[in-house]
Design a protein around this ligand. Structure first.
Ligand code: HEM
Ligand SMILES: [Cu+2]
Length: 598
């Protein structure tokens, strides 16, 4: 086909589509990856606000135990916060649902769902995902699972409250405590729907990346974002089914009298009938997903920042191939380290030492990535956009959380701080903050592509600095609580005189949590205001090389009005010597005698 005829047929195709488009097919049951990406983002933002409010609620209790906060009664009702004092059962439920929503709904569904959907077709030069229909289903499973998870807040016995890992026996015996009943059933139902969503999404991402790349887009010309999404999707497809089977066996134990996870249990002095099972089996199954899950939330964030750091340093990413290699190495290693969550389960110290070894190995590819980010920034002609600040924020939290990871990886040291606030501090910094910073970076950078509007930069800077300072204000002091022995998931520390001297730290943490939460108001305002009233986005606001900036600002079905662009170079041709401009998009042919950038 000639250029004209492709253009012509694409145009006809468009006309035909508009004819049939209704409100429902455009905004609700859309099969267009760009719209699905926005649906994921908006759902994740709403879920994130809910989970963040929960953390403020339980931080009020931890900072000022026993004090009355009428806001708690206003939001949670008399049953759970009479006279403004949080009920212990609800405390544990809030911790559980906060963790579940943050990890799965915001940083797994929200991050991958938004950016894999937006960027995979646009950056590889495809008209859409391999299957638009399955893509739509993936969003709707995600949406329904969110609703099921939230619905547990409104039932008589309250939401699941065994922690986000839902270890048996609390999760296996409906009579164990209020949250072990219907709340836990809803948790399991919600997670099952969530897993279906992830698998549908992940398979689609993999097939699309492998099969639908445009002409010239070889695997070594692929942007690092896409590499990160590919490895993430593979991790999800290999590990989520294991969580699914863990949940299924749990449902059997709960409802059909089996005993996979239960053995010799006494409740209120009475022996139950279960024999032969072991809760440790559950821990193995859970963490076989649980650890890769950490990278399922981290890798997309790292991919987004590779792109943003290179673009805003106006320099090629340092060590492109090493970055791919370390993504693959991290992905592989993440499957053989899960035992580091189980050092205190009575595992053989020899087996423990193997998990210590494999865990420490992950430090190598992680350090390679950090080194490459810093070397890319080094002597760059840095443009400080909000996206760039959040990306640098990610590098910072990835380093500071990674260092405490070295301590937790050593079984002999981990035993001392296991299940204390040291662990909470570690995982929030290395994965919670890094992933959320990466997600914010992504939103600031690709908002113009998603909504055709610019976000306000000044509000973005204010949002970044307040978030960055309060994030460290919340999670840095928690290390000291942990080293002093303060356990996690405890309703109050005021019952233990030895922790009295730490009350100041607890208050400080809670104050920063409140400041951080308020700061997110700036983002929410900016996000929704700019979506409707923001300045119109130019074609290529960040002067970036990747293909998504060659599509029209107004979204059209099929992404490019004419032929799909052909790729001639890698995505990181910034500040090439003797080039006219400091960036050369991927679809610009190589000049006579020009060699490839890497
Ligand atoms: C507003 C910022 C946040 C604050 C103040 C906060 C605070 C807390 C606190 C105090 C706990 C209870 C720890 C325990 O007792 O074990 C907790 C649990 C948790 N948080 Fe956050 N968090 C925040 C953001 C996040 C983010 C962004 C993530 C995403 C990874 C996250 C994931 C979790 C998880 C997985 C748990 C564990 C729940 C459990 O033990 O079952 N949090 N959070
Ligand atoms: Cu782990």
């Amino acid at each position: 086909m000639t250029h004209e005829s492709i253009h012509h047929s694409a145009h006809e195709h468009d006309d035909h589509d508009h004819h049939e488009e209704t409100f429902f097919s455009k905004y609700v049951f859309s099969q267009d990856h760009k719209m699905i990406s926005k649906q994921f983002l908006v759902t994740a933002v709403v879920m994130g606000v809910i989970a963040m409010m929960m953390s403020v609620f339980f931080r009020l209790q931890l900072g000022w135990p026993g004090e009355k906060f009428m806001i708690l009664e206003f939001f949670l009702g008399e049953k759970w916060a009479k006279d403004g004092i949080l009920a212990p059962d609800m405390y544990l439920a809030l911790v559980t649902i906060h963790g579940t929503i943050m990890v799965f709904f915001v940083l797994t569904g929200g991050l991958s769902g938004t950016f894999s959907n937006l960027l995979i077709p646009l950056q590889i030069g495809a008209r859409d995902m391999a299957s638009g229909f399955l893509n739509m289903l993936s969003y709707w499973f995600f949406f329904i699972s969110s609703i099921v998870m939230i619905s547990s807040l409104f039932i008589e016995t309250g939401p699941a409250s065994g922690g986000w890992t839902v270890y048996p026996p609390l999760s296996a015996l409906p009579q164990a405590m209020p949250g072990s009943g219907l709340g836990m059933t809803l948790w399991l139902a919600s997670m099952s729907l969530f897993i279906v969503s992830s698998l549908l999404g992940g398979l689609n991402y993999i097939v699309t990346i492998v099969n639908l790349r445009t002409k010239g887009m070889s695997m070594t010309k692929l942007p690092l974002t896409i590499w990160a999404f590919l490895v993430t999707a593979i991790l999800g497809v290999l590990s989520f089914p294991v969580l699914f089977s863990a949940a299924l066996l749990l449902i059997f134990d709960r409802s059909f009298g089996t005993s996979f996870y239960l053995s010799d249990i006494y409740i209120a002095g009475q022996a139950l009938e279960n024999t032969g099972g072991s809760p440790i089996l559950y821990e193995h199954l859970f963490w076989f997903l649980g650890h890769p899950e950490v990278y399922i939330v981290l890798l997309p964030a790292l991919g987004l920042t590779s792109e943003i750091i290179s673009t805003n340093s106006r320099k090629p990413i340092f060590g492109y191939r090493a970055m791919i290699g370390s993504l693959l190495a991290i992905g592989f290693l993440s499957f053989i380290v899960w035992g580091h969550h189980m050092f205190v389960t009575g595992m053989s110290p020899f087996l423990g030492s193997i998990f210590v070894f494999t865990t420490l190995l992950i430090a190598i590819p992680s350090a390679v990535k950090v080194f490459n980010y810093i070397t890319t920034l080094w002597k760059g002609n840095i443009v400080f956009t909000p996206a760039m600040l959040f990306s640098i924020g990610l590098v910072s939290s990835f380093i500071s959380g990674g260092l405490t990871g070295l301590i937790l990886a050593d079984s002999a040291l981990d035993i001392n701080v296991h299940d204390t606030y040291f662990v909470v501090a570690h995982f929030h910094i290395v994965m919670g903050l890094s992933a959320i910073f990466g997600m914010f970076a992504g939103v600031y950078h690709w908002f113009p592509k998603m909504f055709g509007k610019m976000l306000n930069k000044k509000l973005g800077f204010a949002h970044f600095w307040l978030t960055f300072v309060s994030a460290y204000g919340v999670f840095f002091p928690m290390h000291f609580l942990g080293l002093a022995g303060v356990p996690r998931r405890y309703y109050t520390n005021s019952a233990f005189p030895m922790f009295d001297q730490l009350i100041g730290i607890n208050e400080l943490v809670s104050v920063f949590a409140i400041i951080g939460a308020i700061a997110q108001g700036i983002f929410l305002y900016n996000f929704f205001y700019s979506m409707f009233r923001g300045q119109r986005a130019p074609q290529n606001p960040w002067r970036s090389n990747t293909l998504e900036w060659t599509t029209p600002v107004e979204h059209i079905h099929g992404n490019w009005p004419g032929a799909i662009p052909v790729v001639h170079r890698w995505p990181y041709d910034y500040s090439k010597p003797d080039a006219v401009e400091d960036f050369i998009p991927q679809n610009v042919p190589l000049k006579e005698g020009e060699t490839e950038g890497h």
